[in-house]
Design a protein around this ligand. Structure first.
Ligand SMILES: Nc1ncnc2c1ncn2[C@@H]1O[C@H](COP(=O)(O)OP(=O)(O)OP(=O)(O)O)[C@@H](O)[C@H]1O
Ligand SMILES: [Mg+2]
Ligand SMILES: [Mg+2]
Length: 576
């Protein structure tokens, strides 16, 4: 850990150290890079001490718990009319909770000291959301009221593009649920997955977005007091949002900062130890958050490193040797070849200025959000951010429109396919006397435009021709229906096989083959006749091309039957 060696620094270092909370005693003594692949719970802060009295249930065990809410009840401090969680899906008579009835759990997103967060699909509207469920049930009325405060604070934050949106909240069986918009991940997860300092442009984007979110809060006289990468969320459109408003303090509220709780020690401003809660504390926490993700630095929870950061010393090995060049400029295989490990980039001076303004030890001199947003570097970054977000929005919209068009075309295709096919079928089969369950028509109705259609159209045509020495006198049966001999002169039946023969007589489905094989012993000549082309059938002349393309294929039995051809053959045979 390099310590500034100039005189001024010495003076600074010998300042009276800020008293450090007792739980900081085991903190690390120097700064280090973040380690990759840690468990999600690694960075969870210690649970806040329970500040309320022992639960009522323990003092009066038999007292009825009026606060336990066996039925789901909407929690809102804004509109009293929304008392019941509104969902047409919820059935009071069922044992299952409102959550189980109305949501499908998709996966667990994370866990904090207050709650577990799940990615869910609403059965009501089919959209995906995040639902935070308090880990421990209410221990009593005061505990319940304390937990419900998060809803009130979130409602006070209201809607802003850089603040996580609350959809609704409810309580059931002593558990509080908060349904919020779903984000792709938290900044902590994102930077840990990358395992390297974030690119400068991205750090500027985070700075701009979070400053805008923080301005929204501060303009409403709200302090966040828990800004850290785990409480910054990244939306699916790449917007950074402040979330987790559990520790928000309302400066203009009745209690003011009296009830304020400090958040994670790694990000907390030094003056909070003296009980001074101001907007400047949020600016400090934001500065620490940016330092962490910009340098991939493990922030100390206490000790000398903690003190130095709160005395205005940025660790030079991180800030002026921000990260190995390999992370920023070139792919890893190039860095392996050229061994760039010893080369470092510095944090841009503009960004260093912003950072040192945010991490100013004295809260009275610390930069405020409005001043930061007016800096030329931030203004530039904001313009760039607007351009990027607009471009991204346009591309997303175009993709969405394209997707909708595709969807619309698919629906149109599905809707029009059958009528068109039926129309085509009617045109090509003029069947005034056809039986009601004409095999050809059935085939058309059950098929598609693909070659399967042709195969199916053959597959369903099962004509049974009982062997008879006198072809003239036999009847034809189809699906149990018997057609008299006169039918052989019917134009319908004459045309039917000719249409069937437009299909490619190959690759019959196994099912078709099976059915046809079972018919084969009874119909020795069927396969030869069924492959006739339309004109050759009508004229009674066997086309040589069609015969060469499988017409004489004894291995592949065919199903269509043409009575007139049999007659022609019979005539030919008798002539010979
Ligand atoms: N809307 C969301 N979209 C995606 N992930 C989320 C969302 N809300 C929460 N998470 C994930 O769950 C984790 C815990 O959520 P959250 O910070 O709200 O809980 P908490 O118990 O209040 O935490 P804390 O200990 O900071 O008070 C987050 O760090 C994040 O990884
Ligand atoms: Mg949190
Ligand atoms: Mg919280």
């Amino acid at each position: 850990m390099p310590v500034p060696d100039d005189e001024m620094s010495q003076v600074l270092m010998t300042r009276t150290p800020i008293p450090v909370p007792t739980h900081f005693s085991q903190a690390e003594q120097s700064f280090s890079h973040k380690k990759r692949g840690r468990a999600l719970c690694y960075s969870l802060p210690p649970r806040p001490p329970v500040k309320n009295i022992p639960p009522v249930s323990r003092i009066f065990p038999n007292k009825q718990r009026s606060w336990s809410q066996p039925r789901p009840q909407s929690v809102s401090f804004q509109s009293p009319q929304h008392k019941q969680p509104i969902s047409r899906l919820y059935d009071h008579s069922k044992e299952e909770t409102f959550y189980k009835q109305c949501f499908q759990t998709l996966c667990k997103l994370g866990r904090g000291s207050f709650g577990e967060v799940y990615k869910v699909r609403s059965r009501e509207d089919g959209c995906v959301y995040a639902v935070k469920r308090s880990v421990s049930p209410f221990r009593g009325e005061s505990d319940r009221l304390r937990k419900l405060q998060e809803v009130r604070k979130h409602e006070r934050v209201g809607e802003h593009p850089n603040c996580l949106r609350l959809v609704r909240a409810w309580e059931e069986k002593r558990v509080l649920y908060l349904q919020t918009e779903l984000c792709s991940s938290s900044l902590q997860q994102y930077s840990e997955e990358r395992g390297e300092p974030l690119p400068a442009q991205e750090v500027w984007s985070i700075t701009c977005d979070l400053l805008r979110g923080l301005k929204h809060l501060h303009d409403r006289n709200l302090l966040h007091l828990d800004i850290k990468p785990a409480n910054v969320f990244i939306s699916y459109t790449g917007v950074y949002k402040l979330g987790d408003f559990g520790l928000v303090v309302e400066l203009d509220g009745a209690e003011g900062s009296a009830e304020a709780q400090e958040g994670d020690p790694r990000y907390m401003a030094p003056e909070l130890l003296d009980g001074v809660f101001t907007k400047a504390a949020d600016v400090f926490s934001l500065g620490m958050t940016l330092l962490e993700v910009a340098c991939n630095m493990e922030l100390p929870k206490g000790g000398e490193g903690w003190q130095q950061l709160r005395q205005g010393h940025l660790p030079t090995e991180f800030t002026s040797g921000r990260c190995p060049v390999r992370y920023v400029l070139c792919p890893s295989w190039v860095s392996r070849v050229l061994d760039f490990h010893s080369l470092y980039l510095e944090l841009p001076p503009d960004f260093l200025k912003v950072l040192s303004g945010m991490l100013e030890p004295d809260y009275r001199c610390r930069a405020n959000v409005d001043w930061l947003l007016s800096l030329p570097a931030i203004q530039r970054a904001q313009r760039w951010r607007r351009v990027t977000l607009t471009t991204r929005g346009i591309v997303t919209k175009i993709l969405y429109i394209f997707q909708c068009l595709l969807w619309f075309m698919t629906i149109m295709f599905c809707a029009l396919r059958r009528p068109v096919l039926r129309l085509l079928g009617r045109k090509s089969v003029s069947a005034p006397n056809s039986p009601p369950s004409s095999p050809f028509q059935n085939c058309v109705l059950e098929s598609s435009f693909s070659s399967d259609w042709e195969e199916e159209s053959l597959g369903d045509d099962v004509f049974e021709v009982p062997p008879s020495p006198l072809g003239y006198t036999r009847n034809i049966t189809y699906r149990g229906q018997e057609f008299p001999l006169s039918i052989r002169h019917s134009p319908d039946l004459l045309s039917r096989p000719s249409l069937g023969s437009t299909s490619t007589p190959r690759n019959l489905s196994p099912d078709c083959n099976l059915r046809q094989r079972s018919v084969l012993p009874l119909t020795p000549n069927v396969s030869r006749i069924s492959q006739e082309s339309p004109c050759s059938v009508k004229s009674g002349i066997l086309d040589s091309s069609s015969s060469s393309s499988g017409f004489v294929d004894a291995e592949a039995p065919r199903s269509s039957f043409l009575p007139r051809n049999l007659l022609t053959m019979f005539d030919e045979a008798s002539e010979q």
